[in-house]
Design a protein around this ligand. Structure first.
Ligand SMILES: CC(=O)N[C@H]1[C@@H](OP(=O)(O)OP(=O)(O)OC[C@H]2O[C@@H](n3ccc(=O)[nH]c3=O)[C@H](O)[C@@H]2O)O[C@H](CO)[C@@H](O)[C@@H]1O[C@H](C)C(=O)N[C@@H](C)C(=O)N[C@H](CCC(=O)O)C(=O)O
Ligand SMILES: Nc1ncnc2c1ncn2[C@@H]1O[C@H](COP(=O)(O)OP(=O)(O)OP(=O)(O)O)[C@@H](O)[C@H]1O
Ligand SMILES: N[C@H](CCC[C@H](N)C(=O)O)C(=O)O
Ligand SMILES: [Mg+2]
Length: 479
């Protein structure tokens, strides 16, 4: 493609790649300079040009005369997404796109859907929190749930070349707000729920909801047929959304009343759905929602009910989502990605029927993120546990003591906690406190295999740590 295909210019210069990272520039590339959270991409324009960039795009006026065309734009996120749509030739037009938004349930639904499409023999790819997968193979670890447009489109192009028929995508509110998914045509969009999170970024619930709604705006504006919205109407924001979009789109409501004969156990949930018996190997009623969402989304593509139900039944588990660590010890250990108040409450609700002793919770809160949830999580943990081990999560660049102080504000009046700052030690302590039938809940990091301490990333896994500690105590049973 030529430069004139992207910008208002008559330049015939051939474009190689489009990038926002000067380190990756090779001769022929267009460089997008982004003001980031850590550094300003505008400081790397000279670097990009010296490496052979053929054009520079920025929101800032040019600091000097560059030897290549310089385009000043109002909205760099939009400019990148538009360039990506052109460069990769509308890749979403060639595949069926399922976008999942909502505070909770996105990753779980994406796994359930992938399992259904595998069962149906339909090649599918997944973009989400844990990693990015192309037709079942891990393509890359996920730096973001929904990556920035240039990388996102690059990956979608690879999915198309690999013969993917269905792309299942978690669409975060950040992505919607920052236009990372601009230009993608979603065939089906899912809304799970809206709960307290990301207030650092959105400031209030209305803004947060407005960001989520954008997925459905794009659904309405796109030009493809079969525009379907699948919305949780048991959620107050879902109900509002459903009301707003019902005249313009095919609305499929989701409500738990559709699942009958629900029986929960530590192996999963069995239920009947539209007269068929169904099961999932995932714990808790929230996963029943996720299962119903997945079945409805797959059916919107054309998968039949029986195949969809077989697909959800085959999924054995999801990394870090209520995952049991079982080395044959006489108590229960669960790792869960509950890093918000509501998720923590869901975890306790799920475990309640099996409570035959104490519940001990290991948790902390991430730094450089929503502070409003911290006292609420502290309160929830104290209220629902016999003992809480307050520890670090990913403090990132924030002072750990400040994070503890925020959490402790919600724990006033409670004495059933102690601070064990080192997470491995907190897990070890939690295990040592467990007596027969007790439950240890290790919350907040789920699948994560790292910790970000003072800005540095080290390897860390709740699951591995728990397994190692259990093995040290002589428990060896294979999972
Ligand atoms: C706060 C935020 O959103 N940061 C995102 C941002 O990174 P950043 O702002 O720190 O970038 P930076 O390091 O300051 O660099 C700025 C620019 O300079 C460029 N640069 C830098 C150095 C150099 O030598 N040359 C150069 O050109 C960089 O390529 C970049 O374009 O751009 C990166 C690349 O696109 C993102 O990976 C990164 O997401 C970080 C990891 C992040 O944590 N984001 C969170 C807030 C987020 O987006 N979360 C949502 C929701 C998660 C959920 O589901 O709950 C998500 O979708 O992940
Ligand atoms: N449908 C749901 N409703 C409420 N809570 C849920 C639901 N599904 C999962 N959870 C809880 O939220 C946690 C994270 O689930 P999941 O990873 O599927 O959500 P997500 O939307 O992808 O979250 P994130 O934005 O952090 O990636 C789970 O471990 C569980 O505690
Ligand atoms: N995608 C979420 C994950 C948070 C996980 C938790 N362990 C934390 O670090 O706060 C975020 O980046 O806000
Ligand atoms: Mg997710």
């Amino acid at each position: 493609m030529k430069l004139k295909d992207f910008f208002n210019t008559d330049s015939e210069v051939e474009v190689g790649e489009i990038t926002q990272n000067s380190k990756l520039v090779v001769p022929g590339d267009i460089f997008f300079a982004i003001k980031g959270a850590k550094v300003d991409g505008n400081d790397f324009i000279d670097d990009a040009v010296s490496k052979g960039a053929v054009a520079v795009v920025s929101t800032e006026p040019a600091k000097k005369k560059y030897p290549v065309p310089y385009f000043q734009v109002d909205d760099i996120d939009l400019a990148m997404a538009k360039a990506a749509v052109k460069f990769y030739k509308n890749p979403s037009d060639d595949m069926f796109f399922i976008g999942i938004t909502g505070t909770k349930g996105k990753t779980s639904i994406s796994y359930l859907l992938e399992s259904i499409f595998n069962e149906a023999g339909i090649p599918c790819s997944v973009i989400g929190t844990i990693n990015y997968r192309i037709n079942g193979e891990v393509f890359a670890k996920a730096p973001n749930t929904t990556p920035a447009a240039l990388y996102l489109y690059y990956m979608i192009d690879k999915m198309r070349s690999a013969g993917t028929k269905v792309v299942i995508m978690e669409v975060s509110s950040h992505a919607l707000e920052l236009k990372r998914v601009f230009g993608l045509n979603f065939d089906v969009a899912l809304f799970t729920n809206l709960q307290r999170d990301h207030m650092d970024f959105h400031k209030n619930f209305e803004n947060y909801f407005a960001a989520k709604e954008k997925l459905f705006d794009s659904l309405i504006e796109n030009s493809k047929p079969a525009k379907t919205a699948i919305v949780n109407i048991d959620d107050q924001y879902g109900l509002r959304l459903a009301d707003k979009i019902k005249a313009k789109t095919t609305l499929i409501p989701v409500s738990l009343v559709e699942a009958e004969n629900v029986k929960e156990s530590l192996n999963g949930v069995t239920f009947s759905y539209k007269g068929e018996s169904a099961s999932i190997n995932l714990l808790g009623k929230h996963n029943l929602y996720n299962a119903v969402f997945a079945v409805k989304a797959a059916m919107a593509y054309g998968v039949d009910l029986q195949t969809a139900l077989k697909g959800i039944a085959k999924l054995q588990g999801i990394p870090g989502r209520m995952q049991r660590v079982n080395k044959g010890q006489p108590f229960y250990v669960f790792v869960d990605f509950a890093y918000t108040t509501e998720s923590l409450m869901k975890a306790y609700e799920t475990l309640e029927p099996y409570k035959n002793g104490n519940i001990i919770t290991v948790f902390g809160c991430g730094g450089d993120r929503d502070r409003t949830k911290r006292p609420l999580m502290g309160l929830a943990a104290c209220q629902n546990s016999s003992h809480v081990l307050l520890t670090n999560d990913n403090p990132r660049t924030e002072d750990q003591q400040q994070i503890f102080n925020d959490i402790l504000n919600g724990m006033k009046g409670y004495t059933n906690y102690e601070i064990v700052q080192d997470r491995a030690l907190a897990i070890k302590t939690g295990i040592s406190l467990c007596k027969e039938n007790d439950i240890l809940l290790i919350a907040g990091k789920g699948h994560e295999d790292y910790q970000i301490l003072a800005g540095k990333t080290i390897h860390f896994s709740d699951r591995e740590t728990a397994e190692t500690e259990l093995e040290k105590l002589g428990y060896v049973q294979k999972q």
